[in-house]
Design a protein around this ligand. Structure first.
Ligand code: HXC
Length: 257
């Protein structure tokens, strides 16, 4: 694997999965997501693992889907590639997953953190759904999970302006479990994972399933609508302009076409 590092036994029954594209702030390209899916499926089937942590590095958990990989795509390309089937499989992981977040968790990065069961944040963490600034919208659950986590008004503000919130704000709004100093975020996640790993694995699995039933009732309909709208935006001039502007490091000129 090129972009994922898996470390088992960081504590008894605890594994850490590290996103490893540091120069690109762990931008989630298709290869990275495929490797992440394969790692999680392997850990889910591994009896020596009872709790999983997903992390990045200090500067970034992940700065979103890879804009350079997406910029030239059409709506038809997006529909045919069906990248979200990878996310669907990640969502089906039965073991508990904790996101240990430092630095940027933006766009698909914020969505990946929210797909996990709990989030431990470093004081330096920044969360946001900035897709609107590049002429698109969240596509991997951001409109659905953020709204469930922090409520409609605040989710609207974040998704429609693209602004970021810091870790303290994310904690106050209920997006993260807790915030710790930067040097402790992984340690704190390992501590929490160890507490969970000390319980009955089958009871943990069934409890996770039951809690997710509350969190995910009607989620699939919402995800479906979000996905279709996300693909549709790849038929617009604003998507091309927004993504090209990011790559060319200039402000976008949106026309609504
Ligand atoms: C591709 C990215 C990237 C991304 C950063 N990089 N984010 N490449 N896709 N999402 C690259 C930059 O181009 C740059 O490469 C290098 O990483 C370092 O980033 P800088 O911008 O130079 O760093 P900084 O000035 O510190 O700014 C950090 C930042 C900014 C605020 C996080 O990079 C940024 O705004 N990134 C995009 C965030 C975003 O819009 N995310 C949503 C994507 S859409 P070079 O080669 O110049 O060094 C999305 C859809 C989800 O996520 C739905 C499907 C899963």
């Amino acid at each position: 694997m090129d972009f994922i590092i898996v470390e088992k036994d960081v504590a008894p029954f605890v594994a850490v999965v590290r996103l490893n594209r540091p120069k690109e702030l762990n931008a989630l390209n298709l290869q990275l997501m495929g490797e992440l899916r394969d790692s999680l499926e392997a850990l889910d089937a591994d009896d020596t693992v009872r709790a999983i942590i997903i992390t990045g590095d200090r500067r970034a958990f992940a700065a979103g889907a890879d804009i350079k990989q997406m910029s030239g795509k059409t709506a038809t390309d997006m529909l045919i590639a069906d990248q979200f089937s990878t996310w669907d499989r990640i969502k089906r992981t039965k073991k508990p997953i904790i996101a240990a977040v430092s630095g940027f968790a933006l766009g698909g990065g914020c969505e990946l953190a929210m797909t996990c069961d709990m989030i431990i944040a470093s004081e330096t963490a920044k969360f946001g759904q900035p897709e609107i600034k590049i002429g698109v919208m969240p596509g991997a659950g951001g409109t659905q999970r953020l709204t469930r986590a922090i409520g409609k008004a605040k989710a609207m503000e974040l998704v429609l302006t693209g602004k970021f919130i810091d870790a303290k704000q994310a904690e106050a709004w209920g997006l993260v479990n807790r915030v710790v100093p930067e040097e402790l975020y992984l340690e704190e996640a390992i501590k929490l994972a160890s507490e969970i790993a000390a319980q009955s694995p089958i009871a943990v699995r069934l409890a996770k399933e039951a809690i997710n039933h509350v969190a995910e009732s009607h989620l699939n309909e919402g995800l479906h609508l979000e996905r279709k709208n996300f693909y549709l935006l790849f038929a617009t001039e604003d998507q091309t302009e927004g993504m090209n502007a990011f790559i060319e490091k200039r402000p976008p000129n949106f026309t609504g076409r």
